[in-house]
Ligand binder design. Structure first.
Ligand code: 5GP
Length: 202
């Protein structure tokens, strides 16, 4: 279901980076951000705990469950989801829609639920989805474990979600493989897609 009003009024482009936890979405966005400061990189909200090396307001806005639920009630999210069966994650409506309205390039990572919500809210011409594939599950497991200490249950949850997410890779506009040790190739591929899509805007 597309919103005709949005279709005619928005000139920017939203790039959604989709793919399982550990597929390298964050790294790819960090690299692009380092090179292209003119794009908009909205910071999502989450109720999960901050990991070592993360910063409030940089990686996420870390808020309490009660605060998140208040934002839901006040209709502040474009989309939100419970990810890996425990924590809320959500993108702020105004942080995404305002830049799109003024013609900006917006880049955000979301899980597959976020993608499924947003594809029904933002018209096709304003949305580009890029799925980051990891073909080797052992490789993915290693990556998730290297990111910090998590319980066996959380690891199982993440691997379970990964399998479900992979099944939807074909729903995205583009698919990019992120092979272990080849992050540079992956970043270059995502960058190529973004630049080619920006060209179509003019
Ligand atoms: P992490 O806890 O590893 O930072 O993120 C867990 C998962 O939540 C990742 O797949 C990440 O892409 C996803 N995620 C991050 N921000 C959002 C968001 O605003 N909305 C949704 N739906 N998922 C998000």
């Amino acid at each position: 279901m597309e919103n005709e009003e949005q279709k005619s009024g928005y000139t920017g482009k939203l790039f959604l980076i989709v793919g399982p936890s550990g597929s390298g979405k964050g790294t790819v966005i960090e690299r692009i951000k380092g090179k292209y400061s003119g794009f908009v990189y909205p910071v999502s909200y989450t109720t999960r705990e901050m990991r070592e090396g993360e910063e409030d307001g940089e990686s996420y806005h870390y808020i309490l469950k009660e605060e998140f639920e208040k934002m839901i009630k006040e209709d502040e999210f474009l989309e939100y989801a419970v990810v890996h069966s425990d924590n809320y994650y959500g993108t702020s409506k105004k942080d995404i829609m305002q830049p799109l309205e003024r013609g900006a390039v917006v880049i955000r990572e979301v899980d597959i639920q976020g993608f499924n919500s947003i594809r029904n809210l933002v018209s096709k011409e304003n949305l580009v989805s890029i799925f980051m594939k990891v073909s080797d599950m052992e490789d993915l497991k290693g990556r998730i474990l290297r990111r910090g200490k998590i319980s066996d249950e959380e690891l199982d949850n993440r691997l379970d979600s990964a399998k479900k997410e992979m099944a939807q890779a074909g729903d995205c506009n583009y698919q990019v493989e992120n092979k272990w040790g080849e992050i540079e190739d992956c970043v270059a591929n995502v960058e190529r897609i973004i630049l080619a899509e920006i060209k179509k805007m003019y």
